[in-house]
Structure formats: structure tokens, C-alpha cells
Design a protein around this ligand. Sequence first.
Ligand SMILES: O=C(O)CCC(=O)C(=O)O
Length: 283
Amino acid sequence: MHSDGFTDNELAQYRREGWVLARGILGPRSIEACKQALSDLATGRIASGQTSLMYEYGQDPSKLTPEQREFHIRKYMDFVEDAPALKMAAMNRRLHTRLDQLLGHGRVLFQEMALVKPPRIGSEKPWHQDASYFRVTDPGLIVGVWIALDSASKRNGCMELVPGSHLGGGVPHEHEDDFNRCCIVESYVDRGRRIAVEMEPGDALIFHSLLHHFTEPNTSNLRRRAVQFHYHQIGAIWGNVEQHTRHYHFEDGAYAGCTVAHSGANVYRGALPRPVLPLEPYD
Ligand SMILES: O=C(O)CCC(=O)C(=O)O
């Protein structure tokens, strides 16, 4: 069930804890349309114009049939122009009314992903802060929205987070040239205070870009599809590595974010900003 907006207590929760749930942001017809679009992009029934697909570790897509592909994909990116149902989810008026309450008017969508953690082989996403991936000078202007398309629970790798961790600012991250595995340096994660956020299809988790969060591998037989959108308020300033280093550095001052490859490969893609023009959900 969805109501029209957040209560004062929910607004306070976002500020103090860095996350809040908006239940029923997508109704059953909208959820079905999003799942169908992901399936169609995987099999090629929808042309993947701008969409990119990333497979689970060790999977070779050339050895998979179109039908097998969707059970081996880890992540989809850049799909809103290819799939109207997924664009509707990103621009959903019900969601943006809530984000207006939290952050004020005026924002752009700058990144979209679907994270589909396939049954039995879905890998973990290690502890991280999303702001470690974005060279924005004020991380408070960025918000992440993770919308469940299947029930998400401890069994199939729901979101887990440390409430209030966004208040500690940026903490050092490290990686071995694999950005998907870029993670907070272990001693900075307060795992003992983590909570698992179990969600029903259509529920949205809205979270601050400095919040510490992670997901377990999916060893169950259950699917766990989700879409994740990142928005920033208009006026946010995209900076360079030096500016990002102010938020993300080791004790010796060296850069400790997730936007620079050790190999020197230029992989940082920055933002793909598109204005938010709210659309009516299908139901
Ligand atoms: O959906 C997941 O498993 C992890 C999502 C996430 O935290 C991310 O991609 O930043």
C-alpha cells in the first residue's frame, strides 16, 4: 500500500539514519512491465540500443542461449531510453513526490541500473558508499533509490545497511581494479549495527549516498530483481579526482574512492544527466 507522502517521522528517519522505505511505489502492473522489459533486453526481444549487460563472474555469454542469458546477468545499465516501462519507474511521479519532500524540487537522473542477482550464482555486492563512485562535491545532493521487483529477504540477498553511517562522511574504499568489488576498508564498517531491509515487490528504499550498505550472495532458488536509480539535485557540482579525494582518502592523503583504476585504464564515466519529467505509474 502507498500513501501520498512521508510523515514527519519518516522525514526525520531519512535525516538521522540515511534511509527510508516508500512502500508500494510500483503497483503489480508496473512491476510486471519492468520484469518483462528486463527479460526482453536479455533475450534480445527489445533491441539493447544504449543498454549494457554485465554477467556474473566467470560466465561467458557467447556460450548461453538467449533464454539462458537472463539467469546469468548480474547488472543492466543505461536502459531508460530502450524500455518505456523502466523509464516510467525512474520518472515515477509517486516516487518524485516523495523525493521532493526529502530534498526539495529539481533533480536529474544520472545513473540507472538493474541488479538481478540470479538464483544460486548471484554474487555479493561488498560494503560500500555510493558516493565513492561519484565525483560530486556535495554527496548530500545525491540520492539512491532501490526498487524491489521480487520479494527481497535475507534468503535471496536483500539490502543491508548501517543506520546513521552517512553521518560519518566519506570513508576509505579499496579495490583490485574491479570496480564492482570496490569496498570500504574493513575496519570502517560497523557490521554489528547492520540491519537487513526486507521488502515486497514495488517497495522503494531511498538512501543517502554516504550510507554504508551491502548485499549477500543469492544462494537460494529465488529470483531477486531490483532496479536502482541515482539522482542529484540540480546545481550539484561534478568535480575532479582532487576534489573527490577530499571525501575519499587514506590517512596518508592518497585517493581512496572507486573512480580510478590501478591499471591506469580510463574507466570513470561520470554522469549521464537527464532531467526528471515525472510520468504516471501504470497502476
Ligand atoms: O542490488 C544489489 O545487490 C546491490 C546494489 C548496490 O548497492 C549498488 O549497486 O550500489
